[in-house]
Design a protein around this ligand. Structure first.
Ligand code: PLP
Length: 404
């Protein structure tokens, strides 16, 4: 038996850490647990009967093709349908601007793989999506967090940070943004701020990674233009996924961007998984072709709107003074701030004892701040669970406030 595998590990293998959120999810199987922790879509939105029919049809009509290896760029039928869908929404892209990935997490990994050398800098929000932060640090990148205000990443701080890093001789490669219903803060960046950030990226010749899984899960208000659409210099790479608008189990997403960037991503994908499942891609293509995606998405949005509103009602009813939260117009999360003397990492263990879970906010801050914040998911639990869970959470917070 070998005594330690460390001697065999690469530097990146040694520095790998398990995702805090995925670790939490493993402990939530306890009976009676109400979890506001994961970013899980509601299983009621999964269209099982429609899929059964479509799968039968595909096996009958496209069987050999759909069960074969596919091209790395993705199923041409699905790519064409996505290009047409984007163009109907105002973009002007061709099939050369779009490739399929094994969901957005793979796209984040491939982007890191083709752009980041150890020591390169990525600028991200404070807070920002943990899976993005982990993908970039895995390749040795340094993350520098930029504070957010109600309109997202602060442009002044962004520019000052770039100037300081450049003066220190550091290489900044890209700005990582989730402009629509940001995970975890729920903030959407308005068009004027998007344009300002693009202007800064242009001035300092940086790329922008626009990660957008929640864009189409909008309950109220006006949709903002994609940063990809606002940019005129080909520096925005936009990532999308079927995970939150259809089913995360399919593991399918897509990237739009400059053809030369996509070409490199395709090469990187060839060494990762050769291609995304051709069978699954064909199922999604037929699902879209039949008009079912739009129909199902409408129902999903209505369900999440109801749950978001109910979650906010329960927060207003049960939470003690000093607790504040965002009231997002879309997405899957509320972001909660507690009085600063409370630490949500500590609170988490007490919440688990009361059978309610959340994600401690510090996981999303690359500078290890945010200890008084938490992320709360409202898409997964039903209304009764939401009420019981918020009540339990408020009790834990009250007890903690009384002790301190
Ligand atoms: C901002 C963001 N990016 C990427 C992902 C990864 O999603 P997937 O790999 O399921 O497409 C998530 C998942 O929650 C996310 O919130």
């Amino acid at each position: 038996m070998i005594t330690s595998i460390n001697q065999f590990l690469s530097n990146s293998g040694k520095s790998m850490k398990r995702s805090a959120i995925r670790e939490i999810l493993k402990h939530l199987q306890k009976p009676g647990m109400i979890s506001f922790a994961g970013g899980l879509p509601a299983p009621e939105t999964f269209p099982i009967n429609d899929l059964r029919e479509i799968i039968d049809e595909i096996l009958e009509k496209d069987g050999p093709e759909s069960l074969q290896y596919g091209t790395t760029e993705g199923d041409p039928l699905l790519r064409r349908m996505l290009v047409e869908r984007h163009n109907r929404q105002g973009l002007k892209i061709g099939i050369e601007n779009l490739i399929i990935t094994s969901a957005s997490q793979q796209a984040l990994d491939l982007i890191a793989k083709i752009f980041l050398d150890p020591g390169d800098y990525v600028l991200c929000g404070l807070p920002s999506y943990l899976g993005g932060i982990n993908a970039f640090t895995f390749y040795g990148a340094k993350l520098k967090g930029i504070a957010l205000d109600k309109d997202g990443m602060k442009p002044d701080e962004l520019e000052e940070t770039i100037i300081i890093l450049k003066e220190l001789g550091r290489k900044v490669k890209f700005i990582y943004l989730i402009p629509d219903f940001q995970n975890p803060s729920g903030i959407t960046i308005p068009e004027s701020r998007r344009l300002k950030i693009i202007e800064i990226a242009e001035k300092y010749n940086l790329l922008i990674v626009e990660d957008s899984p929640y864009r189409e899960v909008r309950f109220d208000g006006e949709s903002q233009k994609l940063m990809y659409e606002l940019d005129t210099t080909g520096r925005v790479i936009a990532l999308f996924t079927f995970s939150k608008i259809f089913a995360p189990g399919f593991r399918v997403g897509w990237v739009i961007g400059h053809p030369e960037i996509l070409d490199k991503l395709v090469m990187a994908k060839q060494t990762a998984d050769l291609c995304t499942s051709a069978f699954v891609q064909r199922i999604i293509a037929r699902y879209i072709e039949k008009g079912l995606l739009e129909k199902n998405l409408k129902k999903t949005i209505a369900l999440y709107r109801e749950r978001r509103t109910h979650m906010i009602t329960c927060f207003r009813k049960y939470m003690p003074e000093g607790v504040s939260w965002t009231e997002p117009q879309g997405g899957l999360f509320l972001f909660v701030t507690l009085p600063p003397r409370l630490d949500t990492d500590e609170l988490f263990k007490k919440a688990l004892e009361k059978n309610v879970a959340f994600v401690a906010g510090s996981s999303f801050f690359c500078n290890n701040s945010g200890h008084d914040t938490m992320r709360i998911n409202f898409s997964f639990s039903n209304k009764e669970e939401i009420e019981t869970g918020v009540k339990r959470l408020s009790e834990v917070i009250r007890e903690e406030l009384n002790c301190k």
